[in-house]
Design a protein around this ligand. Structure first.
Ligand SMILES: Nc1ncnc2c1ncn2[C@@H]1O[C@H](COP(=O)(O)OP(=O)(O)OP(=O)(O)O)[C@@H](O)[C@H]1O
Length: 302
């Protein structure tokens, strides 16, 4: 497998606070990797270091074996960051032509417009007049303009409607099938689960988990056990935590979820103790549960 990105024991400190803390991983050619994590976990900081827009405080980042700022790397890299800033007083087609002109082998502009779902009629509009979703489509076009080998997307689908979102992910899948390497952050876990073949879960600047969506789910949640939250939910949570088969519990969307290695044994313990659980539900583990437990466990450990 060809290594495209190597993060070697990388840390980034802002004013004495570690935003990224001793992170190491490699990303391989043709893979789609999602970086997940709560707000402030260090995802954007990590991406900015991979783009050469921030220097690590410690450790090193190499892209295609070079420093991220190396000209050869920039020519092979495209990115769409959270803030899509458009140039004032330029039409969409002028911006696309301008950015494409920076590259030796730009993508055909007609294909580019098709790929991003921009309406050809939008090409003659001033970019600052585009809607939020259309600006993101333009951002996508600009990321693809140089027909890059490696693409970074920071929260790419925020503000996109369902159709635009589906089109975006179909295109991303197609790009990966062509051998391009994709890295993206998202807060929409189902997207990560559907699209990514690997998830890097960040928490407080560290890597809390690294694996395929299935591996991450299997690592933590085999199956999940939950009940309706009663009026005295705190009391029930405290009682649940005294049972030997239950490792932890948390509240979400009106229900109490239980962390356990063995749902059968947990249920036996709950009924033996006579706890007043209602509407018992056993589900296959979901990624958001794994995510919640992994970040919750780490918080508990700090
Ligand atoms: N330029 C900066 N100066 C000072 N602190 C910063 C700077 N950039 C980020 N931070 C801090 O570093 C930490 C990580 O921020 P980062 O933006 O990387 O998180 P994130 O995981 O991308 O969050 P979100 O999901 O909210 O986008 C936060 O505590 C943030 O306040």
């Amino acid at each position: 497998m060809e290594t495209v990105i190597a993060m070697n024991v990388v840390s980034k400190v802002f004013k004495g606070k570690k935003a990224v803390d001793n992170i190491s991983f490699k990303i391989y050619k043709g893979s789609i990797t999602a970086i997940l994590g709560p707000n402030g976990a260090g995802k954007t900081t990590a991406i900015l270091m991979m783009l050469g827009l921030l220097e690590p405080t410690e450790g090193s980042v190499t892209i295609f074996g070079q420093h991220p700022k190396d000209k050869s790397v920039r020519e092979k890299t495209g990115s769409m960051l959270q803030e899509v800033s458009v140039m004032d007083r330029l039409k969409v087609k002028e911006i696309i032509s301008l950015i494409s002109s920076y590259y030796q082998y730009p993508m055909d502009q007609k294909l580019l417009v098709e790929a991003t779902g921009l309406d050809p009629a939008d090409l003659n509009r001033y970019a600052e007049k585009l809607s939020g979703g259309q600006k993101r489509s333009l951002g996508f076009a600009l990321a693809l303009a140089g027909d890059p080998e490696l693409l970074f997307f920071d929260e790419p689908t925020v503000g996109l409607d369902i159709t635009a979102r589906r089109r975006f992910w179909e295109k991303v899948r197609g790009l990966a099938e062509q051998g391009k390497t994709i890295l993206f952050t998202t807060h929409y876990l189902p997207e990560a689960e559907d699209i990514a073949d690997r998830i890097l879960l960040f928490n407080r600047g560290s890597l809390a988990a690294d694996g395929s969506p299935d591996e991450i789910k299997a690592r933590i949640v085999k199956r999940s056990l939950s009940f309706l939250q009663p009026a005295d939910g705190l009391d029930l949570q405290q009682k649940l935590l005294t049972l030997p088969s239950i490792d932890g519990c948390y509240y979400k969307d009106g229900r109490i979820f239980v962390t356990t290695e063995d749902t059968d044994e947990a249920l036996r313990d709950i009924f033996t103790a006579g706890l007043p659980v209602k509407d018992v539900r056993i589900d296959q583990g979901r990624l958001d549960e794994a995510f919640e437990q992994l970040t919750m466990n780490q918080e508990g450990a700090v």
